[in-house]
Design a protein around this ligand. Sequence first.
Ligand code: PRX
Length: 630
Amino acid sequence: MRIKTAAQYEEWYKNAKENPEDFWGEMAQNFSWRRRWEKVQEGDFNSLDIKWFQAGQLNITENCLDRHLKDKADQVAVIFEANDPNEPARNITYKELFEKVCKMANVLKNHGVQKGDRVCLYMGMIPELLISVLACARIGAVHSVVFGGFSNQSLAMRINDCGAKLLITCDGSPRGKKQVLLKDIADSALKDCPNVENVLVFKRIEIEVAMKEGRDHWANPLIDEASSECAPEIMDAEDPLFILYSSGSTGKPKGLMHTCGGYMVWAGFTFNNVFQMEKDDIFWCTADIGWITGHSYIAYGPLLNGATQVMFEGIPTYPDPGRFWKVIDKYKVTHFYTAPTAIRHLEGFGLEYVNKRDLSSLKVLGSVGEPINEEAWNWYSKHIGNGKCPIVDTWWQTETGGIMISALAGVTKDKATYTTKPLPGVIMSLVDHEGKELEGENEGNLCIKKPWPGIARTIWGNPERYKETYFSTYPGLYFTGDGAKRDSEGNFRITGRVDDLINVSGHLLGTAEIEDALNQHKEVVESAVVGYPHNIKGSGIYAYVILDQNQEHENPEDLNKELSNMVGTILGPICKPDKIQIVPALPKTRSGKIMRRILRKVASNKFDDLGDTSTLLNPEVVDELIKHKI
Ligand code: PRX
């Protein structure tokens, strides 16, 4: 059951808004439940005790796997395309995936994992990652996937914050020409994680790794030996399904917690309606399972809908910048879902790589993670979609669990640079700085008025921070942290973050985290990090750094490199600043607060638009910043 026409979208939107109980009750019937819910929805944004499908019971893997065995057992669920283009593809049918998941679930059980335990996954994009995620869900363990590009310290923080007792990792992971030494990094992390009792290690790149007796176990032989029978753990709808960390405005990332019932309905419903896949279509989402996009539109959404998808281990530019187009051609991908940063990056290599391939299988293009600029939208539409594919520009967040605003492919209209209209059940609101709701064509801060099934229920271990971050700016509303414009037809265009997070290549990074890392350098006294417009990444990272005047400094170039590498080591390579400017002071208000607005303007070369600087404690420093701007 899905929306088929624009008129039906309007009708469903209205029904979901006016009568959410009936609407979501009906939608939830598209899934298998072990026990029917008693109440569809409870709680609101004041009380924050949000619950969906109360008293309902289910296991999400029964919905992703078991229920397809009747008529799709031999249909391919996952086509695995390795980093090395010469490595043969691995096709995994629904039946095989089901068996592998059950086997892995038994391996986890044999290593003491029980319902409610947290399991951390730090792996490359191989089918075993997907299998492990589902294996956790099968036995009711809460998975917490950490992106393989994060550092040992970032991994340790996440393991400890959620109290994981088992880690699943790989010996390493190929990424283009390089290798990420996952097990080595995990070993350094584990020095600070006393609660991890067992580590399961998948072999991927066949390198020597240290295996700690009693703690570390090779996973592949264990899976092979394990039984392929594993009854699903019956979960309450509101039991946790996973935790996924997202950067916040303090140095510490937030562990967003999603639950079994509501998340399942949201991931399944949004995938079905936004992408509009038909029989024999092939979906490909290029995200990593380490991010929410990979959770909802690789691990869960496609499988909940019994789709066939490509899973890709590599990077867009290896062995050359034509890799995406080659893979689309190779598997006749029909639905392609990627990020604007990748589009902009690949556009820069010209059409030579695109024109070599037959992209005529494509029916639908998707975009996610950051605003897509008009030029990239047009290029994507014209050269990849051959002018015939609708583009679904999907706006959502780790916190929302699934797509919130998007065109429905071929059903509702797309519009360049607009993410268009909210899905049924998503009641958006634009507000001004005081929280007053703005009507019609307008620009303001993007909020959501009513709970939807996929909303993260809390920040793991920190309900106060959950309340403070999302619900305190505008009481009674969920504040997204984004600014947006709305046109006269009700289409939304996201203008970017309005808080102190920076969206770098579709990944949200906290300025405070990067500052904390910079400040660990012995020569750094203080730092301030802001975003600035970057042609490919969307936003780049600009760091202003004050050095200790009582110390001798190395030559500035070496120091900048050292600082940048240090951030890479502490947080992970994606957090490295693009530009570092050594400054004598930072512009501060009389109360000692850094005026980030000015730093952002200077970093963006908007020198004529600095606003009133007279209230600063040290207005003279602004000229200094401009003079030595990088
Ligand atoms: O600023 C918005 C941007 O990404 C943020 C959410 O980041 P994250 O939780 O990492 O999830 C990314 C993948 C869903 C949002 O607050 N964002 C996401 N999608 C879009 C977007 N900005 C503009 N257009 C989008 N389609």
